[in-house]
Design a protein. Structure first.
Length: 535
């Protein structure tokens, strides 16, 4: 049994070892190459190997002039993961044009891929341009006036480059704006390893007619292998191909600024999403406009209209320009805080945006549907009416009716006078006596008030504003006293800059100071009801 386990472990380790050795690559510094000009062959293994692991005997062929081979090792540790590399660099030269094959090599048990090498006759082209290249591309050859175009330049460097300078493209009567981040990676093309850099610009032509975009220019010092199998730096200047397009005039019916795009979406979201809302409840509306093949300058500033009874606190729109799948997208997001002031049904009108579809070459419209907000009724504490005794329903004689009728009116009048005297005495006492610290308990400390106090003590302006508004809706007798402070808190709560600096304790102190200095009759107003007229 133990022997079987050992054999299994050996097989597993052998398989893992084979997987480790599987990554061995062979690349050349350039392909094609020119006859009589040196180039390098690089063998890379992802392990630490002895220098003798690479046998260059297969290179000893009549068509190749083989120079020296240098060996280098590299060890790196990233996030606790250690990687090792061994590299062999050999300088080669081919004297005659033609097609040659660099064979596969067995390095530590794994084989490289053979490379088909194309050797060209020397035409006198600057050797620097074999190692440094520049490619340009544009999204479309036909465009519209004031329609942004995505322009892309790609640098390919097959050697070392120092003191590099990369100038942007240029065009007359157009705006040129660099967008996005540079993309850098390693590519192997025809067996040659290149370090590539991709950069994007947004170019917006302002006049119709023929339009030419001049290529960017790359300058620097490139390391070029010399005839003595060394490396010499040469100055290099590389330009890509100029791009020519045709710009069409803006369609009739549109005015600058106008929106031309391949695709457009206009979304509208309400949060929280409910069938019914309460007066004073904060509602957030988020509108997102996204246009494909457009720029931020082409996006219109949308104007929204809201009904009376809905207080609005808009934030500054947020813009976002990004590239996805080789296309540029412009996006603008509007965030609006809405607070209904009273019950009922509130309608926000629909909004339509007109734009030009550059693919179909048609005028199109995108609409946000209308929104209806149902605001619930606010419960009010009304004073109870005093019940009044009714006369006996049984028939009585005229004499009894007159007697008992007079007695009933007399008792009712006496009871009313007694109640009025008691009410007058109570109001006179409380009117002359302001609320002291000990009378603070007359403030209704219900759930809404406790929520407001907790939010204010934590400097949370939005929850505090919502709770205070709900408390005032439940106790309308305090509305005239605190309406100014409520509006002040609302302005702070729905302003993104001022919310962070709000002092909730100081605001709560101001509220309490106003309530302390308020006559007691205000505090008792909601609780005072007419007593029964029955004695």
């Amino acid at each position: 049994m133990i022997r079987f386990i050992r054999i299994a472990i050996f097989i597993i380790l052998s398989c893992l070892s084979a997987q480790v050795w599987a990554k061995v690559t062979a690349t050349v510094s350039q392909n094609p190459v020119y006859a009589g000009r040196p180039f390098t062959l690089e063998i890379t293994a992802n392990a630490s190997l002895d220098a003798s692991a690479f046998n260059r005997a297969k290179l000893m062929q009549p068509q190749f002039v083989v120079g020296q081979t240098s060996t280098g090792r590299n060890i790196s540790d990233i996030n606790g993961v250690t990687t090792r590399q061994t590299q062999w660099v050999t300088t080669l030269l081919v004297r005659q044009p033609g097609t040659y094959t660099i064979p596969a090599f067995n390095v530590g048990g794994s084989f490289t891929q053979p490379i088909q090498l194309q050797v060209l006759a020397d035409t006198g082209q600057p050797i620097q341009q074999q190692y440094v290249k520049l490619e340009t591309a544009i999204t479309q050859k036909n465009a519209w006036e004031n329609q942004p175009l995505l322009y892309t330049a790609k640098i390919l460097i097959g050697t070392t480059l120092s003191d590099g300078n990369f100038s942007p493209p240029s065009a007359e009567h157009a705006d040129v704006e660099q967008i996005g981040k540079d993309q850098q990676q390693i590519e192997i093309i025809n067996g040659q390893r290149y370090q590539t850099l991709i950069r994007h610009w947004l170019i917006t032509p302002h006049q119709p007619g023929p339009f030419t975009i001049k290529s960017p220019e790359l300058t620097g010092n490139a390391g070029i292998p010399s005839d003595t199998f060394g490396m010499t730096e040469y100055p290099v200047t590389v330009q890509g191909k100029d791009q020519s397009i045709q710009v069409q005039a803006m369609p009739k019916g549109f005015k600058i600024p106008w929106l031309a795009a391949s695709h457009l979406t206009l979304s509208d979201q309400i949060s929280p999403k409910r069938d019914q809302y309460q007066p004073g409840q904060a509602i957030t509306r988020t509108i997102t406009l996204t246009a494909e093949q457009a720029g931020l300058k082409q996006l219109p500033q949308l104007q929204f209209h809201y009904p009376a009874g809905l207080r609005i606190y808009p934030e500054k729109p947020k813009d976002h320009l990004f590239i996805k799948d080789g296309k540029v997208y412009a996006q603008r997001t509007y965030t609006i805080a809405m607070i209904p002031e009273h019950s009922g049904s509130l309608k926000i009108d629909a909004q339509t945006l007109h734009w030009w579809n550059i693919d179909d070459q048609t005028r199109q419209s995108t609409t946000i549907p209308e929104i209806r907000l149902n605001i619930a009724e606010t419960p009010h504490h009304s004073a109870a009416t005093a019940p009044i005794d009714t006369l006996p329903s049984e028939p009585t004689s005229p004499t009894e009716t007159s007697f008992w009728g007079y007695m009933g009116y007399a008792l009712w009048l006496i009871t009313l006078l007694i109640w009025l005297f008691r009410e007058w005495s109570l109001r006179r006492k409380t009117h002359d006596k302001p609320i002291t610290t000990g009378q603070q308990d007359t403030i209704p400390h219900d759930s809404s008030w406790r929520t407001f106090e907790k939010a204010a003590q934590s400097n949370q302006a939005i929850p505090a504003e919502t709770a205070l508004r709900e408390w005032l809706a439940e106790h309308p007798e305090f509305q005239p006293l605190l309406s100014t402070l409520l509006n002040e808190l609302a302005q702070i709560a729905w302003s993104s800059k001022q919310t962070l600096n709000w002092d909730g304790l100081e605001f709560l102190h101001r509220i309490n100071q106003i309530l302390k200095s308020t006559p007691a009759t205000v505090h008792h107003k909601a609780k005072t009801q007419l007593p029964s007229l029955n004695p």
